[in-house]
Design a protein around this ligand. Structure first.
Ligand code: TYM
Length: 331
């Protein structure tokens, strides 16, 4: 069976960057690829690479689970689970660390960026994080991994590790392909449109969160940074602010950049931003309604139990086979 694997960290409130770059894509793919099995998870082990307060983490795990389903993941199509509830993920990470090199991990740009921001020291977990991610993917022999642009380098490393293991022990892992959305793979900050929109940005105005109320959504769009030209034209390099807003518009409505430029030909930012605020709100409103129904429901618990059972079976078998391949334990 062909498989698709992906995850999101429960490190903060989910914003429209994560939604448009990954979640919305998962929902599309589950309909487009009916012959694939989906393993989608809440990457809580990844979240502790930077220390987190216990209650906060628990809450974010539950919220993210509800968000996944509220965004349209179909529990009949998708195995949704919490990463730490399938211990094979941690085990695989260790086995892959023994097949990875310090030099290749040191080159990871996300490690370089994140480690600079740590005031209380950098954990070994933050350094070895890409091997945990490689393990998440290789455990299930994923064929495709839908991610945003910022995860591309981690996917390349995963492919290198898979090829290395395959060369050393004979074909063992499927070498995965990243699936990166054509539009929306890198949504930028609303206040600083040359940086990625991020859950951890200290400026709350830089993003729209999935659970933000209507007035905040519209306020954030209205105050999003643009430029003094006043025309609705896509030009990522020269005009990152308006281009980012056009990208958000395009990835929600499915309209091309050209179609959007034509609609707003001769019109200004005010009208464009008013429309975009309404478009984003209309996209998020049904998600918020469903989220509120799900958050403390038995339905959500059952979905996560079921996902854990299905994921565990595959992951456990793969670990046992890998141990055997390497020569660990008894045959
Ligand atoms: P995370 O939690 O940082 O982000 C989750 C997903 O959302 C995408 N994304 C964005 N896409 C477009 N614009 C943005 N501004 C934006 N911000 C985030 C990310 O690219 C990602 O696809 N290490 C991963 C989680 C992970 C994972 C995995 C993913 C753990 N194991 C295995 C795939 C397969 C992470 O931290 O993503």
């Amino acid at each position: 069976m062909k498989r698709i694997v992906s995850g999101i960290q429960p490190t903060g409130s989910i914003n429209i960057g994560t939604y448009l770059g990954s979640l919305k894509n998962f929902v599309k793919l589950q309909d487009q690829l009916p012959d694939h099995e989906f393993y989608i998870f809440i990457a809580d082990l990844h979240a502790i690479t930077v220390p987190k307060e216990k209650q906060f983490l628990r809450q974010k795990i539950k919220e993210l689970a509800a968000i996944y389903i509220a965004c349209g993941l179909d529990p009949k199509r998708v195995n949704l689970f919490i990463q730490s509830e399938v211990p094979a993920h941690s085990q695989m990470a260790y086995l892959l660390q023994c097949h990875s090199y310090m030099g290749e991990l040191e080159r990871m740009t996300q490690f370089k960026d994140k480690s600079k921001k740590q005031e209380k020291g950098v954990t070994v977990g933050l350094f070895s994080y890409p091997t945990l991610m490689a393990g998440d993917i290789l455990l299930y022999d994923a064929e495709y991994v839908p991610v945003g642009q910022d995860q591309k380098q981690h996917l390349e490393l995963t492919r290198d590790i898979a090829n290395r293991v395959n060369n050393r022990y004979g074909d063992f892992f499927t070498v995965p392909e990243p699936l990166i959305a054509e539009v929306g793979a890198k949504i930028m900050s609303l206040t600083e449109p040359t940086s990625k929109m991020s859950k951890s940005d200290t400026n709350i105005k830089s993003r729209i969160e999935l659970l933000d109320p209507e007035n905040i959504i519209k306020k954030r769009i209205n105050s999003a940074m643009t430029d003094s030209l006043g025309t609705i034209k896509f030009d990522q390099e020269a005009r990152p602010g308006i281009s980012n807003l056009i990208t958000i518009y395009s990835s929600i409505t499915g309209k091309t950049y050209e179609e959007i430029e034509n609609i707003y030909d001769g019109k200004g930012y005010k009208e464009f931003k008013e429309d975009l605020g309404e478009i984003v709100y209309q996209e998020l409103k049904p998600i918020q309604d469903r989220y509120n129904e799900l958050l403390n429901s038995k339905e959500l618990t059952e979905i996560l139990d079921n996902g854990r059972e299905n994921a565990s079976k595959i992951a456990y078998k793969k670990i046992m086979k890998f141990n055997n391949k390497i020569g660990l334990g008894r045959k």
